[in-house]
Ligand binder design. Structure first.
Ligand code: AHR
Length: 343
């Protein structure tokens, strides 16, 4: 009997121990943390660091520039690149200040469209010393040290000037022009690559035409307002002395067209007009018969810039010069082409 009660007691105590064990709370810390920690580490592997690109734009002087800014901003977002964008307000010192602030913020890569060609060496040396690669877009810099930038993406402005003059040469007779042609030239921003190169390219082709003469040449700063102003003053003094207007961009041509109409002349007929960019505004003017030809200069550099920024940071080799593919749009093609234009 005694044996029996001892066995029951043992059975009850064992039952108690098992039920207590079953009710016990999960063990904290030590034993459970190790596997949990390693699982967490696998799941939260550090996300890939976003590339930070500092971009110093020239300003907002033209339809072209607005399209260029939009292209850069949209393509940075698509590429998952964090863009620090500064509008240089047409001032070199603002662009230099922006580049210095990008260096101070330790961005991964700097890109900019230099307002003018000269005066960049010091700030570019600072970027180089900080180990930050620099990509030039749209406009070139004039430097002896090409190691200060990794690549330059943009148009061949000399070729654009040649294309403008070649188009004139091929179409002059059809447009009723004689051998002797008086040309007014609206130049872009003084000292900028497109102003220098578009003049060079045009004048190079002019050598084939001894009767062509640039009788007026002045900057209109790539803006519609200044293009109009300059044209107004020329028409006051030289209304009968002009056959052709060659404008370094569409905006200046569009401003000049207003001045020509206000002076009682018919743009596109009394004065043959050629400009550069091929923005939508130029196509509309061509369809209206007020502009005769626009040579293309594409502002859609954003996608290429983002890819190159990624390649440079990944250590891949990139070409030192990447030239944009472009065409020439005479007025006759404008109505068909306008629906295809992206800018
Ligand atoms: O550098 C490109 C030039 O700058 C474009 O032709 C002009 O429209 C712009 O402002």
């Amino acid at each position: 009997m005694k044996k029996m009660s001892r066995a029951i007691a043992l059975f009850v105590s064992l039952l108690l121990v098992f039920s207590l064990a079953a009710c016990a709370k999960p063990q904290p810390a030590a034993t459970q943390t190790e596997p949990t920690q390693s699982t967490a580490a696998e799941n939260t592997a550090p996300a890939e660091k976003k590339i930070v690109l500092g971009f110093a734009q020239v300003g907002a002087e033209s339809e072209w520039r607005t399209a260029n800014t939009k292209s850069i901003q949209e393509e940075a977002a698509k590429a998952g690149i964090e863009l620090k964008f500064v509008d240089g307000q047409q001032k070199q010192e603002v662009q230099i200040k922006a580049i210095r602030s990008f260096i101070a913020q330790k961005v991964d890569v700097i890109a900019f469209s230099p307002k003018v060609e000269t005066g960049w060496d010091t700030v570019l040396q600072e970027a180089k010393a900080a180990g930050i690669p620099v990509i030039l877009t749209d406009r070139a810099v004039d430097t002896k040290d090409e190691s200060l930038y990794v690549t330059f993406i943009g148009s061949d402005f000399v070729e654009e000037g040649r294309r403008a003059a070649n188009w004139l040469g091929e179409n002059a007779a059809r447009l009723g022009l004689k051998e002797n042609i008086n040309i007014f030239e609206l130049q872009g921003t003084v000292g900028s690559a497109p102003a220098i190169d578009r003049k060079t390219g045009f004048e190079e082709v002019m050598k084939k035409y001894p009767g062509w003469k640039i009788v007026k040449s002045q900057t209109g700063n790539f803006t519609r307002a200044e293009g109009k102003q300059v044209m107004e003053s020329w028409l006051k003094s030289d209304k009968d002395n002009i056959d052709v207007l060659y404008a370094h961009n569409d905006d200046m041509a569009l401003g000049a067209i207003q001045a020509i109409e206000e002076a009682g002349l018919v743009p596109g007929k009394d004065i043959i007009i050629i400009s550069i960019d091929a923005v939508k505004g130029a196509f509309e003017a061509m369809i209206a018969g007020k502009l005769n030809c626009s040579v293309e200069c594409s502002p859609l550099l954003g996608a290429q810039l983002m890819q190159i920024a990624k390649d440079v940071l990944a250590g891949k080799p990139v070409e030192k010069r990447i030239v944009t593919n472009e065409g020439v749009f005479p007025a006759e093609t404008a109505a068909k082409e306008l629906p295809n234009r992206q800018y």
